[in-house]
Design a protein around this ligand. Sequence first.
Ligand SMILES: [Cu+2]
Length: 498
Amino acid sequence: MIRRRFLGHALGVGGLALLPGWLRAGEMDHSMHDMGAMSGMDHSSAVQPLAAENALPGNAALQPLPKLLNQGSQPGVFKAELIAAPVAVELLPGQPTSFWAYNGSVPGPLIEAREGDRVEIRFINRLEQPSTIHWHGLPVPPDQDGNPHDPVAPGGERVYRFDLPKGSAGTYWYHPHPHGHTAEQVFRGLAGAFIVRAADDPLDNIAERHLLISDLKLNADGSIAENDANDWMNGREGQFVLINGQHQPTIELKTAERWRLWNACSARYLKLDLGGHSFSLVGTDGGLLEQPQTLQEILLAPAERIEIIVQPIAQQQTVALTALTYDRQKMGNVAPEQVLTLAQVTIAKGQPTGLPQTLRAISPLGKSSADKRVVFSENMRMENGQHQMDFLVNGKAFDMHRVDMRSQLGAVELWEVYNDSHMDHPFHIHGTQFQIVEFELDGKVTPAAFLAWKDTVNLRPRETVRVKMVQSFKGLRMFHCHILEHENQGMMATLEVV
Ligand SMILES: [Cu+2]
């Protein structure tokens, strides 16, 4: 019934029960596809038993992300095709899992382009739902940025075109953003990494490794679990956390390495720890910091990215890369947080590589010409005798046909975002990078520790963050909570840049 091509196997990399990015599969036939295409908004779906937590093996060497090949022949143009379609992958023996994938790969292929490049990606939608591609974090014109207003119909296609300006080098990603289907399309496998490189990268002498972290909620029969009521309330977390599609892989670090990490989970927070070893934070969502920052752990909220330098140590040691417990104040009767092992890392004995004191200059955004206030809130109400949660921005659920705010093209604005709820929510805005000015919680104001470019920032319950930003294209921009179940249920609003 299911045709499969295991390219990874042909390349001599074994282990069918893994889900590495290089493992591609043929399309599924339609009967399976229809089963997988049930609406993710159905809160009353029959609950199936989940696969056991030891059902996926680990301990295979971490594979690099597959790359999207540039099919363009002109210098300075990155031209390629992304096809969203169902694929079947055998994670559990004899029980194939139907993912939705870009070019048959979970996660999708890595796009690597350079500052100054023009990007032209033909997107072909072979799903049975409308979809779009949103270029998360990149300064892409609104009509090219996969807004829910611009769906690509099932069976349809379009070309996304945009330029990568100087200064845009950084660690981005791409994922669907259609109205009402974003959470489901991402948790079924549609997300990929996008790196923009600078001509003059001060760290380009250091070997690079990519860790795209995603989350998988798998039923015992191999199907991807539907969201249950708890997932819709707190955001979905699976029993498996994957790196580049692999469960608990191994990493061998022989010399200093520059790691780019993506939190591509729907809702899981990752408080990353490397066996207590310190590392240098060198970049955030929108590229390099001014100076490296030495850290021992860092919280990566959904959609955030970082670049870190991991160095050899005095004696070789194997340590776990873990997600430490972090209480994001989930509601209801939920399991206590647990430390999660993400990977085993063998760090070689050796001398650390010196890092430049200055990575680049970041100019602080100047005086704001307009102030905006955004309030995230939740509201519990009864509907047909059942509890129903609303997730709101400034008291309203998302309406695609309403403009919620307007900004002037090119104006520096100060945005005050307040989380008036009991749960953490990560704030994300499209089309630009912002600078965090300060946080405020319980009357205590904490200035940002250093200048950095960000497009996503976490808010604790009752916390305020103040950020400065500029929008550089006219048109509609979305801003929303990046717990995708919350976004899906209305914690999103529309900014019109005029
Ligand atoms: Cu949220």
